[in-house]
Write a protein that binds this ligand. Structure first.
Ligand SMILES: Cc1cc2nc3c(=O)[nH]c(=O)nc-3n(C[C@H](O)[C@H](O)[C@H](O)COP(=O)(O)OP(=O)(O)OC[C@H]3O[C@@H](n4cnc5c(N)ncnc54)[C@H](O)[C@@H]3O)c2cc1C
Length: 315
């Protein structure tokens, strides 16, 4: 048995690095995996190991873990579904706190309006399935975005002319040791930016319309078909690498500059969609970052455009 598989073992028993940290973790009964390979948690399927990895089961456990990290001055990274994130090949020397197990949904109906409260880890796939089953309209365009609702709100994920903030009513965040509910009107969100830097999304409140019996499922499948036709979904990736800027569409520029198919190691600019970098099987994070730098340098040199990255690097 590899020793990392001893993870989810009482931390104190196997932690020689820092007694204070171990003791506190023991007191709070937070369970960790040690040296967890991040490639198992990131859609790019590459990167090094996280020194500590945990999946809190409740919101209370989630905030307690963050607060312990702060008290002990341990750096931490909040991970949703890992579909827009890269981990350095050297690994992450901190605590990765995954929202994967925070999956509760509360739904209230008022006439034709539906208010849904979602814990941060609910996946957009699970949410869309529920909405289709109940005939609730609005988010069909997001079917096929493989993220969590927490990640989607943090990034203000969007597609086909919509974004998630169109449907957000409020966000419950954890910031400076306190949880608070922020109404959408108080949030400075913008294109692919939820305006929540420095805050952790605990829950999201959405406001949708119940329009039964509209064919929600058909609409979702229509958007999924568009994705399958235009995106390289058979390879690991993190979706579009760059943000759009007004009229500048990165995929078009990259294509016109002849960068489709460009390769560094196992990282390749997709032939199907030039906005995607794919892992052809053995890409390292460095391969992907080097390829991004190559693209950015050429676009700056030949078009005088500074591309803005959508993908987050754990640091
Ligand atoms: C095939 C494919 C297609 C895609 N298509 C689209 C698309 O059409 N539109 C689009 O917008 N994106 C798309 N993406 C990118 C990605 O799925 C979205 O940005 C998604 O919203 C990210 O969610 P996540 O849970 O995976 O976030 P992660 O990758 O886990 O995290 C992304 C960032 O959000 C932060 N974060 C995550 N959860 C929280 C939280 N609870 N509180 C605070 N911060 C948090 C992380 O720290 C990180 O900085 C695609 C990706 C893939 C692989």
């Amino acid at each position: 048995m590899k020793w990392r598989n001893l993870g989810y073992f009482l931390f104190t028993l196997i932690l020689p690095f820092n007694k204070t940290w171990g003791f506190r973790v023991f007191i709070n009964m937070i369970l960790f995996k040690l040296y967890e390979p991040m490639k198992n948690h990131l859609s790019f399927a590459c990167g090094g190991e996280a020194k500590f990895y945990t999946e809190p089961k409740t919101i209370d456990e989630f905030t307690k873990t963050i607060s312990e990290c702060k008290k002990l001055k341990r750096k931490y990274f909040i991970l949703g579904n890992g579909t827009n994130t890269l981990c350095p090949d050297e690994g992450y020397n901190g605590v990765v706190i995954s929202t994967k197990a925070l999956n509760n949904i509360l739904l209230t109906k008022y006439n034709d309006k539906v208010f849904i409260t979602l814990e941060a880890g609910v996946s957009l796939f699970k949410l869309n399935k529920l909405l289709a089953d109940l005939g609730i309209e609005g988010l069909e365009w997001s079917y096929g975005i493989p993220g969590s609702i927490g990640g989607a709100v943090f990034m203000n994920a969007g597609a086909y002319g919509h974004d998630i903030f169109e449907f957000v009513d409020y966000v419950v965040v954890y910031s400076r040791g306190k949880s608070k509910k922020i109404k959408k009107e108080q949030i400075k969100y913008s294109y692919r930016n939820g305006g929540l830097n420095g805050k952790v999304v605990l829950k999201v409140g959405l406001k949708l319309i119940c329009s039964c019996p509209r064919p929600i499922r058909e609409k979702q499948l229509y958007y999924m078909k568009k994705r399958i036709e235009s995106q390289p979904l058979d390879y690991p990736s993190a979706g579009s690498v760059y943000k759009r800027q007004d009229k500048n569409i990165p995929a078009e520029i990259i294509d016109k500059l002849g960068l489709k198919g460009a390769i560094i190691g196992g990282a390749k600019v997709s032939e199907k969609h030039a906005g995607f970098i794919i892992n052809t099987g053995h890409a390292t994070t460095k391969n992907i970052l080097d390829l991004m730098e190559k693209i950015e340098a050429k676009v700056l040199l030949e078009r005088n455009i500074k591309l803005e990255r959508e993908i987050k690097l754990m640091s």
